[in-house]
Design a protein around this ligand. Structure first.
Ligand code: PMP
Length: 453
């Protein structure tokens, strides 16, 4: 897979330097706050990823509503990052904000279910096609718990992931294929036992590799995104999933689909839209409109086996759950979001806009003679620095160019448009308009003009 930028390193360095200076000039309040937070927060931020943005110092947010994010200097941004999917359906949707305000007066957390649990369970099973659900605090936790159930149910120790995957900070999944050899991800901190012992990793879109691993009949589950969205984007080949699902069934391996990002596909997510029947399904991030919460669903068969596994285990800690999980606020948020925000009408608005954006990007790149590909999964659009879309994690990694990405992101930010800091992902929300899409395309046009000199 060849990288194709058509842009010189000198041009990237020049534009980057100018944009860094512009950021410094226009963000004095953020700079002040950054100086203060440096004193008591590791790396000056409450979560070290907050330094992974393209900015010379963190951008401090004042407020965010709908598609508009305002920083502490009063600069406004049209948001296509949307909290990396947490705010996929707009910032602080009115219905969610109102439900939270009401619930906040009536108890935040009691370790007991509220009436909202019944309503949310009905909506989840109706919309996502799985009858039985459990809650978690984050998509990371939901994946972690799903893996634990899968191992308990099958009695198998190993799990299988795709090279280049991301499923949150779940230890087990940080295994890459480097030159065809499984290796623990180098960036992982403090890892003291070998993950490769219990995690197998193969390339996405490779059915032969999948069957070779599954036929050992040692794999508890395949944990996968239906479309890889965390290494740039990698689409499944036609019919890949129908066949992969059949292979999992043949060899007794559970299929866990992590739809945390592919919820962008359409109502009910990728599996519903493409007729896949996962054994378990994970949802997080936007499910509570930005309020931290997640859920995972399971088929009737898996639910029965999970119940049996729990009943057969001695009483005591299961390794599943956290004290504040399934709290009253989370359920109020999920209910309002599922009932009033993440609706068919919302998708009907988002999907054509995403088409418009994808087409707009293709013609923009053609006009500038840069051979960059554009992929789309419902309301999620990605551009990557190669003429044809990658087919697996290795190909996708090979076409990432950190310096160029950072320069484009910072240029956009300085021109009032936020895009996701990791790779080139653009999210459309019910609050996004055609004018916002046009604005993003105009800013990228300006950026390419500068980069191409
Ligand atoms: N699954 C996928 C596919 C993700 O992209 C992410 C986060 N980017 C997660 C799970 C974890 O989500 P969280 O960080 O909210 O736990």
């Amino acid at each position: 897979m060849t990288i194709s930028t058509g842009i010189s390193n000198t041009a990237i360095a020049q534009v980057h330097a100018a944009q860094r200076q512009q950021y410094v000039n226009t963000h004095p309040q953020s700079q002040q706050l950054a100086l203060q937070t440096q004193a008591h927060w590791l790396f000056g931020v409450p979560l070290h990823w907050m330094n992974d943005w393209s900015t010379p110092f963190p951008l401090f947010m004042q407020s965010a509503q709908g598609l508009t994010l305002t920083d502490v200097d009063g600069n406004e941004y049209v948001d296509f990052c949307l909290g990396d999917t947490g705010a996929m359906f707009g910032h602080s949707p009115n219905a969610v904000a109102a439900a939270l305000a009401t619930q906040a007066q009536q108890g935040l957390s009691s370790m007991l279910p509220t009436a909202d649990v019944a309503a949310v369970g009905n909506m989840l099973s109706e919309r996502f096609g799985l009858p039985v659900w459990q809650a978690a605090m984050s998509a990371t936790d939901a994946n972690r718990f799903a893996l634990r159930w899968a191992r308990a149910i099958t009695g198998r120790s190993k799990l299988l992931v795709f090279n280049g995957c991301y499923h949150g900070t779940v230890d087990d999944v940080f295994v890459d294929l480097i030159d065809g050899v499984p290796q623990q991800r180098d960036s992982l901190l403090g890892q003291v036992y070998a993950l490769t012992e219990h995690t197998e990793v193969i390339e996405f879109n490779d059915l032969a590799a999948l069957e070779a691993v599954l036929q050992t009949e040692t794999i508890a589950c395949l944990l996968a995104e239906p479309v890889m969205t965390n290494v740039g984007m990698v689409l499944p080949q036609p019919d890949y999933w129908q066949q992969a699902q059949a292979l999992c069934q043949r060899y007794g391996t559970l299929l866990i689909l992590d739809e945390t990002h592919t919820i962008s596909t359409g109502l009910g997510g990728y599996a519903t839209q493409h007729g896949l029947q996962a054994d378990m399904l994970v949802l997080g991030k936007p499910l509570g409109g930005g309020m931290p919460c997640a859920v995972y669903g399971m088929s009737a068969d898996i639910a029965a086996r999970a119940q049996q596994a729990k009943e057969q285990a001695p009483a005591g800690h299961s390794g599943i759950g956290t004290t504040l999980t399934a709290n009253a606020l989370a359920f109020a948020a999920m209910r309002a979001n599922l009932e009033q925000v993440m609706t068919p009408a919302a998708y009907a608005h988002m999907l054509p806009l995403a088409e418009q954006l994808a087409e707009g990007l293709r013609s923009l790149f053609a006009q500038h003679g840069v051979h960059w590909c554009v992929t789309q999964v419902g309301a999620r659009v990605e551009f990557q620095f190669a003429a044809t879309p990658p087919q697996n994690g290795t190909e996708a990694r090979a076409i990432m160019l950190h310096e160029l990405e950072q320069t484009i992101h910072l240029y956009c930010l300085n021109h009032g448009v936020l895009i996701t800091p990791f790779h080139n992902m653009l999210l459309l929300s019910p609050a996004t308009t055609a004018a916002d899409v046009a604005r993003l395309l105009a800013v990228l046009d300006g950026c390419l003009q500068e980069l191409l000199g």
